[in-house]
Write a protein that binds this ligand. Structure first.
Ligand SMILES: [Fe+2]
Length: 365
């Protein structure tokens, strides 16, 4: 299974992972052979990439996910309802959100060994809701690493999933504007943090600390965030976690006006800004749950050999098990073999192949 951006899809490639819309309706089933017409249709629906099967690389078993598709979709739906209710000036259904967060939490607690490997591809229209759930999952997993109890995880989860609700008060034309914002527009966007706090603090069922996550998720460790330019420990620890989760999820997800960045690049960005923009502890706790080279990634070793990541462990996430399939001069090996990099001192990954390079490799062989 290989994730391929729409621009590199070629007719005849087959769908390896079903694509759903936010209502859980199946858009493309497993095994569907892609045609030029399908690709056009996907592009009209703002779908940026498809997981395809690749005979060249042996099939990878179903990639385990910390959260089942069912629970993820339920959570996305509950966030969507919150936004819809607020748009119509109705009270939000706190119980429904609470239930959705409980379900995510139960599943995450039951899957403690699984690392975050890949995410479903959603249409851009669902970006906000999908992102909210992604931020919730990343934050809760970081909270577990930091030793939070169930009550704390719940407060963190509710605040994380609702961190951006204040955006409901911002003009759509500004929110969805492609390209650079004017200073005035940016000032307006910044107000979403306080709006979110004002909305959430009115609900008995939502803890004040959760509401503060909406207020503080754009504050930065060095004091250069907004809206109040809080710094260091003035920022509540929940918000310090959600700040990292928000940026990390945004970077690694396909968004309307920007491409997803590989996990390894997002990680190095977060690492390089730790202690500056983000608290180091929070950043490290969050990233310890993420596989730097997600299962299925195609990587090059220092020897020039190319292979696919087939297993990764929490103990040595940067040294996964790789199934070598190409020799150093791009020649396909007669028989592939696996190497556990955590057991080989002299072998290491030097490069993650881009989607374009992988498609070229497939055509080449
Ligand atoms: Fe935000």
């Amino acid at each position: 299974m290989l994730r391929v951006a729409l621009e590199f899809i070629q007719p005849g490639m087959k769908v390896a992972r079903p694509i759903y819309d936010s209502r859980g309706r199946l858009l493309l089933g497993v095994g569907t052979e892609l045609t030029a017409a399908y690709v056009r249709r996907l592009s009209e629906m703002n779908i940026a990439a498809v997981y395809i099967t690749d005979d060249m690389f042996e099939e990878l078993d179903e990639v385990p996910d910390v959260v089942s598709r069912q629970n993820r979709l339920e959570a996305i739906k509950s966030v969507k309802s919150v936004y819809q209710d607020l748009e119509k000036n109705r009270r939000i259904d706190v119980n429904a959100v609470s239930k959705a967060v409980d379900n995510l939490l139960d599943e995450i607690l039951g899957n403690r060994n699984i690392m975050i490997n890949c995410s479903d591809i959603m249409t851009y229209d669902d970006y906000t809701f999908n992102h909210s759930v992604g931020v919730c999952i990343l934050s809760v997993m970081a909270g577990i690493v930091l030793g939070y109890n169930h009550l704390q995880l719940k407060e963190l989860g509710i605040g994380a999933i609702l961190h951006d609700v204040g955006k409901i008060k911002i003009e759509k034309a500004i929110l969805n504007k492609p390209g650079k914002l004017t200073e005035e527009e940016y000032e307006k966007i910044k107000c979403h943090a306080e709006h979110g706090f004002e909305i959430l603090r009115r609900y008995h069922g939502i803890s004040t600390l959760s509401a503060h996550i909406a207020f503080q998720h754009h504050e930065r460790w060095n004091g250069e965030g907004y809206p109040r330019s809080l710094a260091g420990k003035q920022i509540h620890e929940y918000s310090r976690i959600v700040a990292v989760a928000d940026v990390f999820d945004a970077l690694t997800t396909e968004r309307p006006y920007s491409k997803a960045v590989p996990v390894i690049e997002a990680m190095s960005y977060i690492k390089s800004t730790s202690n500056v923009l983000f608290e180091e502890n929070a950043a490290e706790a969050l990233m310890s749950n993420v596989a730097p080279y997600p299962l299925g990634s195609i990587v090059k070793l220092n020897t020039g050999h190319i292979g696919r990541v087939v297993n990764v462990s929490r103990d040595a996430p940067f040294q996964p098990v790789v199934r070598i399939m190409f020799s150093e001069n791009y020649r396909r090996l007669f028989a592939s073999y696996e190497i556990d990099l955590s057991k080989m001192d002299d072998l290491y990954i030097t490069q993650l192949l881009s989607e374009k390079e992988v498609v070229e490799l497939m055509n080449f062989s």
